[in-house]
Design a protein around this ligand. Structure first.
Ligand SMILES: *Cc1c(COP(=O)(O)O)cnc(C)c1O
Length: 355
């Protein structure tokens, strides 16, 4: 069955071992984030047997699949008020920034006879989730209210960076998170178990020894799955960037010119494409499209192939320069970016093959 996502479990395991050494070696606990591969169950088995501390995902449906795991399950996306019962049922910990939601989680936990742990998110300037770090009164008020709730435990605080604002974690901004934690602990006479210093974009600080003291957890998805840190897009040494690859089949192979004929308007997605005149080229059409993968995030493993464009169900390649004589029915393989992996693992049209 093609297209298919090929998952090399030995390479996944290698990446898991490397990221565990790195993050736990730096004194942090490790939360592995599984949303990038849509909670693949073979990958989950590796995680469940590993030394990681937490298993995290943005979707409650994915955490539900991990029922019976020995790891604590963490919901990363702020809970919807409409799903608080499910959140308490399938997650041990959730990331939060809204008191209304936290109160609803408390109600749900009370009904289920549980204590639900939360990480209060602080926004250090990336402008996605969290209470803005400059609004200290709002932070302290939230803590005060949370501490009144009997079925909620304030487990810690956390930050997310390099997601909306593309802000890079540094010693100075992450130090602010540690300062806020210390202020909360002093003001309320409590101990915060977790100070979670971000995602794969914080990994670069470990190598430089610049992860501020006090940060004791990282939440890592992309670096584990694809072997790269995400602050400066550097490949990580000893990791594989091809643990996940995409394979698709050639359904047409013809020599044609490279510039369309006739007046051009917009393509199937409303964009006005520009065409480079490459003369007559050997064009391969693959049975894979935007519905299956993000074409901008595909990198042909045959480096002499160029991607020319894509529509919903087709990917168009220039294979003129390749050393291989491709034929209709041949399979072409690609490395994937995060967005491509996310889409390929989500698409119901992409099969999975394990090696
Ligand atoms: C997705 C996500 C992560 C993991 O991000 P990576 O860049 O894949 O490591 C961590 N924290 C939150 C809140 C997330 O939504």
């Amino acid at each position: 069955m093609y297209p298919r996502l090929v998952i090399d479990l030995k390479k996944v395991k290698n990446n898991l071992d490397r990221i565990t050494e790195m993050v736990k070696g730096s004194g942090c606990s490790l939360m592995i984030v599984t949303k990038g591969a849509s909670a693949d169950m073979e990958v989950y088995k590796l995680l469940n047997e590993s030394d990681i501390d937490y298993i995290a995902d943005s979707r409650i449906q994915n955490l539900k699949k991990y029922e019976g795991t020995g790891k604590e399950r963490v919901l990363l996306r702020l809970p919807m008020n409409s799903e608080t019962d499910q959140v308490v049922k399938y997650a041990d910990i959730s990331l939060n920034s809204e008191l209304k939601t936290i109160r609803n989680l408390d109600e749900a936990a009370k009904k289920q006879g549980k204590v639900h742990k939360i990480i209060l998110m602080i926004d250090l300037g990336d402008l996605r989730e969290g209470i803005f770090f400059k609004n200290e009164d709002e932070i302290f008020n939230a803590v005060e209210e949370i501490l009144k709730l009997k079925n909620i435990e304030l487990f810690g605080i956390g930050v997310n960076l390099t997601c909306y604002g593309a802000v890079i974690p540094k010693k100075d901004n992450l130090s602010i998170l540690v300062e806020i934690a210390r202020k909360i602990e002093k003001k309320f006479g409590i101990k915060l178990q977790m100070i979670s210093g971000g995602n794969s974009s914080s990994i670069h600080l470990i190598g430089k020894g610049e992860l501020p003291e006090g940060i004791n957890n990282l939440r890592v998805g992309e670096a584990f799955l694809l072997g790269g840190e995400t602050a400066y897009s550097q490949k990580l040494k000893g990791f594989f960037d091809d643990a996940f690859t995409l394979e698709a089949e050639i359904i047409e192979l013809k020599e044609k010119q490279s510039v369309p004929i006739g007046e051009t308007g917009v393509d199937a997605f409303g964009n006005k494409p520009v065409y480079e005149d490459r003369g007559i080229i050997k064009r391969a059409i693959l049975a894979v499209g935007r519905q299956d993968a993000d074409p901008d995030g595909l990198q042909p493993i045959d480096s002499k192939i160029d991607i020319l464009g894509a529509s919903s169900d087709h990917l168009i390649l220039d294979v003129s320069k390749s050393d291989r004589e491709y034929e209709v029915g041949d399979i072409v393989s690609f490395k994937l970016s995060y967005s491509s992996l996310l889409r390929a693992s989500t698409s119901g049209y992409v099969a999975r093959e394990y090696r």
